[in-house]
Design a binder for this molecule. Sequence first.
Ligand SMILES: [Zn+2]
Length: 413
Amino acid sequence: MDAGRLVDVGPTAELRRRFRGRRELKLDDHILMPGLINAHTHAAMSCFRGLGNDLPLDRWLTEVIFPAEARHLDGELVYQGSLLAAVEMLENGVTTFCDGYFFEEEAAAAARVSGIRAVLGQGVLDLPAPDLPDPRRARQRVEAFLEGFPRAGGRLRPSLFCHAPHTCRAQTLQWVKELCRGHALLFQIHLSETAGEVARVVREHGERPGLYLERLGLLDALTLCAHGVWLDAAEMAALARHGAGVAHAAESNMKLASGVAPVPSLLAAGVTVALGTDGCASNNDLDLLTEMDMVAKLHKVFHRDPVVCSAPQVLHMATRGGARAIGWEDGIGTLEPGKEADVIAIDVRKPHLTPLYDPISHVVYAASGSDVRYVWVAGDMVVAEGEVQTVSAAAVRAAVESLARRIRRTLLP
Ligand SMILES: [Zn+2]
């Protein structure tokens, strides 16, 4: 790697003949692979990790998450929660995350400090939000966000995140997408997470959410739909027609019993599928390696077919598929000369990773985040010997613990 990019990829002996490295790191018995891409999360929600479990989505939201956000969500919580999430993701081999939340400039500040790559979506909805009590001022809010956005040497990209078709008016969805088109930004939206919200969109707009978005002109290659659990064949065809991607969040969908996204059908229809952890509060971790294992097995048992969602397909979703879905395929997602040097090294000198016949099988079915030993983002070594190098992980944890003491006092008996 040189100047943050990969110069070449190949067997050691061959590269040695052609290049003299300024710095060499010997990594026998490691799997070197592209950094993982977490295509859907709400990083700051790591502050709410483990708050409210074993509840249906509507009760979990109205009884736990909304009250917690109403009382405690501010710039400080978003900064500290996002920083904790960035440390967790880096140490687990995630080099890029795609976020959507409130006070998103604070998430950007945290991402910048941690050294992670990120697409940061400022949340928009037609209801009072923690960082915008008056939704009529949404346009000024997002314009200010875009104007002040830190570029951080190209590692950070701004995005806009419309919460969902049932919480944003058609007009809002359209002006946000227009603004995204004008600036070539990723447009994110939650789509068809639960059967209840699909029924509501059908009731209010006379068509299913995927077709509603198509009619409003919102679908293109820079539109990323999170979840897509209840998409039918016509909606999948619409997404495929316009090149819009789906961020599949299997663990969150399982924990909230939202349903099983039709991933084999999405792939067959030609839709780009990425993987996302969703927020920590509904997962409850940001480990994309264990997420891959669950994705592969969930669809096999659901379809009673061990052939669906093969290990290479799932690995593709967590790397190249993720890169395409967030509009960054030209820079990340694979190890190729000229691409960003976002690389992770998984240590296989472990009982649960021995013997090694097939590295892809190990990555998907046997490894977890704690097996990641080195991580580079744009050529910078941000994790060494399993520990993040850019910030003090102990200080980040202490800051979140102190916020959690406040949350505990008001929300727990
Ligand atoms: Zn989400």
